[in-house]
Design a protein around this ligand. Structure first.
Ligand code: NAD
Length: 280
């Protein structure tokens, strides 16, 4: 019988641990501040930002909110980031993506001090991950590792297949599994014989961005399946990149959507904020 990995419960556990750490830090005279920058009126981004602020409040992190109009120029945004880089009460800086089209996302992310880059997107932090140095790690893949560890799933020596090679999920996911001594394969849109490659996996992490793409034909009997995808269906319900009902009878562990990887991303963002104190 497959076990469902409860991302909601695990993320709450992590947030409660962080809450304790933050109150200890406060008792020793330290506080943590996260600057959250939102440019424009994208409704989905507004919801993400609100959830991040709520999580900060729960844990005891001060969130400083910068809600800027759609017509903000790249120079204005870069100037704000420069100010925040130099502010002592700001430990983490988060720029909600996507940015309006007239702003160069890469230039903006590169401007954030690597020591305050709690999203883990700065090239310095990406490089640090790949050579095993200290730094911030992208929140969603870091959350997947926590889900595996806290569910008692061993990674060492396991065949791990990651489908997807994006900079924020697939690539850091593969690096993290490698760091945990997994034997890692990255599959992507040009991979030949994808089903065959996936059927080798003891641990299959799916981050494709295509609803219910992975069915039981991609699964080795007893595999652990982690579904990073998230999509709203026509009936308004959420689903992942994995065809959950079809795959379920064949797996040993699986993450549901919603309630699997999703809640972990914010928990790991909060973890990065707390970590910023020791990195700075
Ligand atoms: P992306 O579009 O940047 O990357 C998708 C990757 O999938 C690409 O590398 C591509 O090579 C690969 N791919 C596409 N079609 C494929 C195919 N037919 N066969 C094999 N590989 C294929 O997406 P992303 O940003 O990495 O996100 C992936 C999914 O995860 C999306 O559904 C996204 O919404 C979700 N996501 C969820 C969270 C969360 O917090 N739960 C966070 C980030 C992303």
């Amino acid at each position: 019988m497959a076990e469902i990995i409860d991302g909601k419960a695990i993320s709450t556990q992590i947030k409660d641990e962080l809450k304790t750490k933050v109150s200890e830090l406060k008792a020793s005279g330290k506080s943590i501040g996260l600057a959250v920058i939102l440019v424009g009126n994208d409704p989905a981004s507004a919801v993400y930002v609100r959830n991040k602020k709520k999580a900060c409040e729960y844990i005891g992190i001060e969130s400083l909110s910068y809600e800027l109009p759609e017509e903000t120029t790249e120079d204005e945004l870069l100037k704000l980031i420069d100010e925040l880089n130099n502010k002592n009460n700001v430990n983490g800086i988060l720029v909600q993506l996507p940015l309006p089209k007239h702003i160069n996302e890469e230039r903006v992310l590169d401007a954030i001090s690597p020591l305050k880059d709690v999203d883990g997107f700065h090239p310095v932090n990406v490089g640090a991950l790949s050579i095993g140095r200290k730094g911030f790690v992208s929140c969603t893949p870091a959350g997947v590792i926590e889900l595996l560890k806290r569910s008692g799933i061993e990674i060492e020596g396991k065949e791990c297949v990651v489908i997807g090679r994006s900079n924020i999920v697939g690539k850091p996911m593969a690096q993290l599994l490698l760091r945990e001594n997994g034997t890692v394969t990255i599959a992507h849109s040009r991979t030949k014989n994808l089903k065959e490659v996936c059927r080798r996996a003891d641990i299959l992490v799916v981050a494709i961005g295509k609803p219910k793409f992975i069915d039981s034909e991609y699964i080795k009997e007893g595999a652990v399946v982690i579904d990073v995808g998230i999509h709203r269906q026509e009936d308004n319900k959420l689903c992942g990149d994995v065809d959950y009902d079809d795959v379920f009878p064949h797996v040993s562990y699986i993450t549901p959507v919603p309630g699997g990887v999703g809640p972990m991303t914010i928990a790991m963002l909060m973890n990065n904020c707390v970590k910023s104190i020791s990195l700075q």
